[in-house]
Design a protein around this ligand. Structure first.
Ligand code: 13P
Ligand code: SF4
Length: 362
């Protein structure tokens, strides 16, 4: 039962004390998040990883790329544990190292390798945090950087200072929404689809590009539509519509504001009592914010419940299992279950790209 699992998690935590730290993303279920020491968006969780170098184990209640990032940013002695190894991210899976390398080589052939008069190289790779460690390593090794939804603009500024163009992967929407807000015209953002010759664009479109977008997307956020926003405004006049930047451009344009999961949380916390919010992001976060803020009216734009199915794969049973593994029993010594380890050759350049991001934040 949920109570029994909660009791087992608390008992294991008590035995382990400061030896373990539990991190949880905003999209996790309540029965998991109530046991987390830090709850946050993906940028905050990356920072939180570094804040407890004393803990022997970091239990990451999130998805695989987040646990990989925690392994990259933690100390070598720390073990990062993902309670359910099946918790991936369909968007992260839409860009793999072979297709990105092929794309890079084709673009290099087109753009050459010579810097311009200001010393800017022809192309800088920028990967969204929602990507494998191999892609972060690719960025680290090619003068590039990582971004999250909370610092994408800062990171793109960093990249434009150093490069004439950016190759942005895997999320086309975060790339397009951010570049558009920075004044990049849409006709200077061709999309690269690895299944098509030249990514499905012409050489002249690619030459004119300021940002080459990868074709990835989030299956949760692509569900949000302008029709839903119109309905919300009709049914709740005066509602503030806030969406995540992984939503399609038309949805972001029709919303009042957009921002990361933490942005959405803080906007709600700062609003005067009696405000109404129509939110375009994952349902666990929206429902939790609605429960925590009875002084407001908060609802999800999508009337069909839309959890992130992979975030949802972490449940309290897995959390109890990995924590009890660390405790051990009289018959069985302690064991680190579901450890996430990034191979050394990938870890070094991936860390470089992550550290550039952490340093680029204003
Ligand atoms: P945040 O960086 O806003 O937490 O988003 C992570 C994510 O996966 C959203 O789908
Ligand atoms: Fe990936 Fe979308 Fe889930 Fe975020 S909400 S973890 S981008 S599938």
């Amino acid at each position: 039962s949920p109570e029994e699992l909660s009791g087992r998690i608390r008992a294991a935590r008590e035995t382990l004390g400061d030896r373990v730290v539990i991190l949880g993303h905003f999209y996790q279920r309540d029965e998991v998040l109530r046991h987390a020491d830090f709850v946050g968006d993906s940028f905050q969780l990356a920072q939180a990883t570094k804040s407890r170098p004393d803990a022997e184990a970091i239990v990451f209640c999130g998805v695989h790329f987040m646990a990989e990032t925690a392994d990259l940013l933690s100390t070598p002695a720390q073990a990062v544990i993902l309670p359910n190894l099946a918790a991936g991210c369909s968007m992260a899976d839409m860009a793999d190292i072979d297709s990105v390398t092929d794309c890079w080589e084709e673009l290099e052939e087109l753009y050459g390798t010579a810097p311009d008069a200001d010393g800017r190289v022809p192309l800088i790779p920028v990967t969204y945090m929602n990507s494998s460690a191999a892609l972060k390593a690719f960025c680290g090794a090619h003068g590039g950087i990582v971004c999250t939804s909370s610092n994408a603009e800062t990171v793109l500024e960093w990249a434009f200072e150093r490069g004439q163009r950016v190759l942005f992967f895997p999320d086309q929407h975060l790339g397009r929404n951010t570049a558009k807000a920075m004044g990049v015209p849409l006709d200077r953002m061709p999309m690269w689809n690895p299944r098509k010759p030249l990514g499905g664009s012409t050489a002249s479109e690619l030459h004119a590009a300021q940002v080459v977008l990868w074709h990835g997307f989030c299956s949760v956020h692509k569900r949000f539509t302008v029709d839903q926003i119109d309905t919300a405004r009709r049914e709740h006049p005066g509602a503030r519509v806030i969406v995540h930047p992984e939503c399609p451009m038309a949805v972001v344009d029709a919303a009042d504001e957009y921002g990361s999961t933490d942005y959405i949380k803080k906007a709600i916390e700062a609003a005067p009592a009696g405000s109404t919010f129509a939110i375009g992001t994952e349902i666990n976060l929206v429902q939790r914010l609605a429960a925590q803020h009875p002084e407001h009216t908060i609802f999800c734009l999508d009337p069909v419940i839309c959890p992130c199915s992979t975030m949802y794969r972490i449940h309290a049973g897995y959390l109890a299992w990995v924590l009890e593994g660390l405790v051990g029993t009289v018959d069985r010594p302690p064991v680190v279950l579901n450890r996430i380890v990034v191979a050394d050759d990938v870890a070094a350049p991936a860390r470089t790209a992550l550290e550039r991001m952490l340093a680029a934040r204003p």
